[in-house]
Design a protein around this ligand. Structure first.
Ligand SMILES: *[C@@H]1O[C@H](CO)[C@@H](O)[C@H](O)[C@H]1NC(C)=O
Ligand SMILES: *[C@@H]1O[C@H](CO)[C@@H](O)[C@H](O)[C@H]1NC(C)=O
Ligand SMILES: *[C@@H]1O[C@H](CO)[C@@H](O)[C@H](O)[C@H]1NC(C)=O
Length: 491
């Protein structure tokens, strides 16, 4: 920064000189006008001189003004500012020349500690340092890896990054990974980055590698990004805590739906291989899998997945954490894309809209479903008999599974509790719940009442509940209506 400071001083001096010159010129010009007033010939000659000097003064003024205009660079490059403009480091904002080294240099400067202050577990506090992309687009031949020394309270924002044609396919445009940066083995540190904000960025992975990788980090915000053309993941979170991915658009292909290449979409929009993360107000518009979750205690809300239709082999949200799901999905829009949960244990899905036969698929691994709430959702299908919640495989352990109060058009409304009434004349009433109960041959709780007609007062009993069919019998032929409530949970 020493060079930049010197440059600024020089310009400050030349500004002073210019100002002095202007003053002198202005005095000279008014002197001419006064001195030659009243003499016709003099006025003509004087007017010519005056015009010449005025033109000169105007030109000088313009030059001063443009000097002031150019001061942005200088003002922000001084040692007191912790905003690092990558163009000051020679990064080409037109995206023609590789900017990896220049931006890496800017990041290295931003990672110089302003003080000895630290954050969680000794992460250096960078005090709010910013890498400013100044609205440019920058070509990257390699990832922007945050230094392995770690750092927090830091931002990268406001521009575009594009992978080059030879960008390594196993890397990400921005990497918060001490390991990837050649470190990550400090016995003193469990986390390397904290409160890092990536904001207002367009990331074009050029079909090579991924967008953002966040490893062993705390409280990272991925905010208002547009991530496209990834071949692996849009955003991948590994380990750490509390990565917030919000107000972000992620798609392998730029499409507004109905893409002719939809069947061949690959990659994953967001990969959460860690816990305590949040995905909110995110659209995933193309990828084979919208969100892949392999860690617990993650919150997903306000997500719109139309990445690759489940009918074409895609999944909207895939919870691949059998026996320890601990995921809650709310207020989301599953647009032809299903939610798949392997052995769901503590899973909540509510207030969401499922379109185009999108549903929730419970996939058996060890046959356990426990603590599952799929409630208060809207389903809209195409009359093909698709269940709103579907079982893939057999579940032996089913406890506290509540699929209830959903509404469906053009799909089968499955639930874990139901009620029906049957009218009849005879001694046996069979009420068939198999079209509506989620789990086959599982009724743990029954309640019925028999209303006999014509003043009859028969003896009656519950005889059988197998195959999700409830059988009630009387000791004599009567005309009666039998009302039945069943629940697939035992309590
Ligand atoms: C930072 O810590 C070092 C080593 O303990 C010390 O020499 C230095 O004065 C400290 N700097 C500030 C700004 O406190
Ligand atoms: C019920 O069945 C009996 C014997 O078949 C018949 O006599 C009676 O009319 C029936 N009642 C009604 C309401 O259908
Ligand atoms: C209940 O009904 C099923 C199917 O009809 C039958 O196989 C089973 O033996 C019945 N159970 C009893 C206790 O009657």
């Amino acid at each position: 920064m020493e060079a930049a400071r010197r440059r600024r001083r020089e310009v400050d001096c030349s500004l002073l000189l210019l100002a002095a010159l202007l003053l002198a010129l202005a005095r000279g010009a008014s002197g001419w006008a006064h001195g030659h007033g009243g003499i016709a010939a003099g006025v003509v000659a004087g007017a010519g001189g005056e015009r010449r000097y005025r033109d000169l003064a105007t030109r000088r003024m313009e030059s001063v003004r443009s000097s002031f205009g150019a001061r942005r660079n200088l003002a922000t490059s001084n040692t007191n500012s912790r905003v690092y403009h990558v163009t000051d480091y020679g990064a080409d904002p037109t995206g023609r020349d590789d900017a990896t080294a220049a931006i890496t240099k800017a990041i290295a400067d931003a990672f110089r500690r302003p003080s000895n202050a630290t954050m969680t577990g000794g992460i250096p506090d960078l005090g709010g340092a910013e890498i400013h992309l100044d609205g440019g687009v920058y070509l990257l031949k390699g990832p922007l890896s945050l230094p392995a020394s770690g750092g927090g309270n830091f931002k990268i924002h406001s521009g575009s990054l594009r992978a080059s044609d030879d960008f390594p396919t196993d890397r990400y445009l921005i990497e918060l990974s001490a390991k990837a940066a050649g470190g990550g083995s400090s016995p003193a540190m469990s986390y390397y980055y904290e409160y890092v904000t990536l904001r207002d960025l367009m990331l074009d992975c050029n079909h090579r590698g991924g967008g953002v990788s966040v490893v062993d980090s705390l409280r990272v915000a991925v905010d208002n990004l547009y991530i496209t053309h990834f071949s692996t993941d849009g955003v991948a979170v590994t380990g750490g805590h509390e990565t917030f991915i919000r107000d972000t658009f992620i798609g392998q292909s730029m499409t507004a739906g109905g893409d002719p290449g939809e069947r061949s979409f690959t990659g994953t929009g967001i990969r959460l291989d860690g816990n305590d993360n949040s995905v909110s107000d995110v659209v995933i518009f193309s990828a084979a899998t919208g969100i892949m979750v392999t860690g617990g205690a993650n919150s997903i809300s306000g997500v719109h997945c139309y990445n690759k239709a489940t009918g074409f082999g895609g999944a909207g949200i895939y919870l691949k954490i059998p026996g320890l799901t601990q995921t809650w999905i709310t207020n989301s829009y599953m647009d032809f894309t299903s939610i798949v949960a392997e052995d769901p244990v503590l899973l909540h899905v509510s207030n969401s809209f499922f379109l185009g036969d999108a549903n929730v698929i419970l996939k058996s691994v060890n046959g356990v479903a426990r603590g599952v709430q799929i409630m208060g959702n809207l389903f809209n299908g195409r009359g093909k008999g698709v269940d709103i919640v579907e079982l893939d495989g057999e579940f032996k352990t089913v406890e506290q599974v509540y699929v209830a109060q959903n509404a469906a058009e053009g799909m089968n409304l499955r639930s874990t509790a139901a009620r029906l009434a049957a009218e009849g004349n005879g001694s046996v009433w069979t009420v068939d719940f198999s079209p509506m109960l989620l789990f086959p041959d599982r009724i743990e709780h029954v309640q019925y009442s028999l209303v006999a007609g014509g003043g009859a007062f028969p003896g009656h009993a519950l005889r059988n509940v197998s195959g999700n069919r409830v059988v009630v019998a009387t000791d004599a032929d009567v005309t009666a209506t039998v009302h039945v409530l069943v629940d697939q949970n035992s309590s």
